[in-house]
Write a protein that binds this ligand. Structure first.
Ligand SMILES: NC(=O)C1=CN([C@@H]2O[C@H](COP(=O)(O)OP(=O)(O)OC[C@H]3O[C@@H](n4cnc5c(N)ncnc54)[C@H](O)[C@@H]3O)[C@@H](O)[C@H]2O)C=CC1
Ligand SMILES: C[N+](C)(C)CC(=O)CC(=O)[O-]
Length: 323
């Protein structure tokens, strides 16, 4: 993959974002705030309008976090074609809909149009790159770079290659994301759902079971995390958090004490049937929880809250590469 044309991660100036919805738009906002020139492409007729609106909505939060020198929303160009978007890119982030055939064809098209040696990353939430890279002429430069919503505030990116990805492309992408201000987990193996989504989906599956069985409301589910473990998880992960549950004895005492409860029939990890009743209950519960606030209101509220948490836990003061 490493050809003479490959720009060192530290020297990248121009990034292309292909697919500019919730996540692609969030990536655009992030890269602009970090001082990159960004070229975007999305086939939807109203995509440019929506993208610029998303960037404008995110900009106050990004300004309050601190923009990179020279960063400006004016450094966004919306290209008329995919080919024009990637023609001068030094890195490409694909964020098109989560459909395997579409990703396969799109990555092949991106590979054909992008200059040699340039790494192309997919935002996929769970497809293994091995399954997405099958139609590309040069699959060696294709990697997964899985972000979290919104990519302009949540630091984590999970990076992994496929069977035909060159290890150099994975290393390059991981370093590039670090330089671009993200926290990176690089995986050696293609774990289904990666790491964080596997954890989130387990929690979500249990939540849906409880709603389906009338054991908890949508509000109960959300409150149980925001007023409970979620507060600790922003500071320490579930492992260290539970180590503290063992007092002076730490994790060893915690396991001796509570380990046997692992076998208690608390969970229902089989996925519940997402039938109309459950679907309607979850949608109605979220509308009730929103209590009249629009999606734009909730996005602004979430962004303020995440920034407060990042600030309160000292993450904004750390050196380059942590956000
Ligand atoms: N929404 C989320 O919370 C997260 C989503 N992701 C992943 O990001 C990717 C994008 O998801 P969202 O932004 O949520 O979807 P979205 O539906 O908000 O945006 C998808 C965009 O892709 C465009 N599009 C449609 N066909 C296309 C094509 N052939 N080529 C390029 N663009 C095309 C659409 O016009 C739309 O603007 C998916 O792979 C998803 O799994 C990753 C992390 C979180
Ligand atoms: C719901 N989702 C699976 C698309 C979520 C993600 O992939 C990551 C996130 O933002 O939580």
């Amino acid at each position: 993959m490493n050809t003479p044309e490959t720009t060192p991660p530290e020297n990248v100036r121009r990034v292309a974002c292909v697919g500019a919805g919730v996540i692609g738009g969030g990536w655009v906002a992030h890269f602009l705030a970090r001082g990159y020139d960004v070229t975007a492409w999305d086939p939807a007729p109203d995509a440019e309008h929506k993208l610029r609106r998303l960037v404008d909505a995110a900009w106050p939060a990004l300004t309050s976090l601190g923009l990179a020198e020279g960063a400006s929303a004016d450094r966004l160009t919306v290209a008329a074609t995919l080919e024009l978007a990637v023609a001068e890119a030094e890195f490409v982030q694909e964020s098109a809909p989560e459909k395997l055939d579409l990703k396969r064809d799109l990555l092949a098209r991106l590979d054909a149009a992008t200059p040699p040696g340039v790494v192309i990353a997919s935002s996929t939430s769970g497809y293994p790159m091995t399954d997405m890279q099958t139609a590309a002429a040069d699959p060696s430069r294709l990697v997964v770079g899985h972000p979290f919503n919104p990519p302009y505030l949540i630091p984590l990116v999970e990076v992994v290659g496929g069977e035909r990805t060159d290890a150099a492309a994975v290393a390059w992408a991981s370093r590039f994301y670090e330089v671009a201000g993200k926290s990176v987990i690089t995986m050696d193996d293609e774990i289904p759902g990666f790491i964080a989504n596997r954890l989130q989906e387990a929690l979500w599956r249990e939540a849906l079971h409880m709603v389906a069985n009338g054991e908890a409301t949508v509000r109960d589910i959300d409150l149980s995390i925001t007023e409970g473990p979620g507060l600790r998880w922003a500071v320490m992960g579930p492992m260290l958090t539970f180590a503290l549950a063992g007092g002076e004895g730490g994790m060893a005492h915690m396991l001796d004490h509570f380990g046997p409860s692992l076998k208690s029939p608390w969970t229902r990890l089989e996925a519940p049937e997402l039938d109309k009743e459950l679907y309607d209950a979850v949608v109605a519960g979220c509308e009730e929880a929103a209590d009249g606030r629009s999606i734009a209101d909730l996005v602004a509220e979430r962004d303020r809250g995440v920034i407060d948490v990042l600030r309160a836990t000292g993450r904004l003061d750390r050196e380059e590469g942590t956000r």
